[in-house]
Design a binder for this molecule. Sequence first.
Ligand SMILES: Cc1ncc(COP(=O)(O)O)c(C=O)c1O
Length: 295
Amino acid sequence: MNLPSPIQRLYDPIWENQEIELYIKREDLIHPIVNGNKYRKLKYNLETNPKCIITFGGAFSNHIHATASAGKLYNIPTVGIIRGELDENNPTLLHARSCGMDLRFIDRSTYKLKEKSDVAKSIIAEYKDPLILPEGGNNALARKGTSEVAIEINVQLPTVNYIALSAGTGGTASGIISKKRPYQKVLVFSALKGDFLKNEIIDMSRSSDFELQTDYQFGGYARTKPDLISFINQFYNDHDIALDPIYNGKGMFGIIDLIQKRFFPKGSKLVWVLTGGQQGNIAWNYMNGGGLIEI
Ligand SMILES: Cc1ncc(COP(=O)(O)O)c(C=O)c1O
């Protein structure tokens, strides 16, 4: 594993002209497949030496993709309880299956109950002492793992005063908030509609010392708009970095928009935590007939 993940400076007159430094922490470079916040979340869970991992996710889930990959890498059987029906050509599920993940499909209303549903209970009962990971992989050990992102930043670039990242469950943000320095502001860009994540992050991190940005979710979870897709493609042309359309593309769009709106004081040093997720670009192209940059 390539740790600490490298921090790279980005250059563009948009921020250079305001004397703002923008950096990106390349969590996507930790490992070719098991990387980003998925690596951080799995790390301490894997250290419990599970005999088997059972987890939950949607058909295009980064977490399913990463858990299946980690299972193959460390020789641990994995089971994915997937929302909805099998689509034989879905690239995320094809990958998971190629890693040996046992895929079980459950209908959407049963899926909502997760491990409390009878179907999931009977799947779980088939295995001896399985490690059950929630959807998105967010548990206490996962947050211990994500807190190490802040620990690394504070060694690599201690003068940074804004740490920004995207959030789904808020687990990654919570870990980072728990280890940030008092002079650092954490900006959390919600990938979901609404502001309910605020209380969830407060509950998980026991801190309200962060700011939730809710204006850059492009219509809600997994929704995209043409200007987001154009932004991601342009960003790739300018910086040679592929952002995913579900999390990092939306958040980076937000950071640059806030810079243009003069949200950050002159002299600010910002780091964007690139949480991986680029397998989502392949999934997006599969769903939408192409048009988005892939790694
Ligand atoms: C690539 C990527 N970035 C960010 C997130 C959001 O992380 P969290 O759920 O910890 O807020 C996820 C999903 O969990 C993800 O797959």
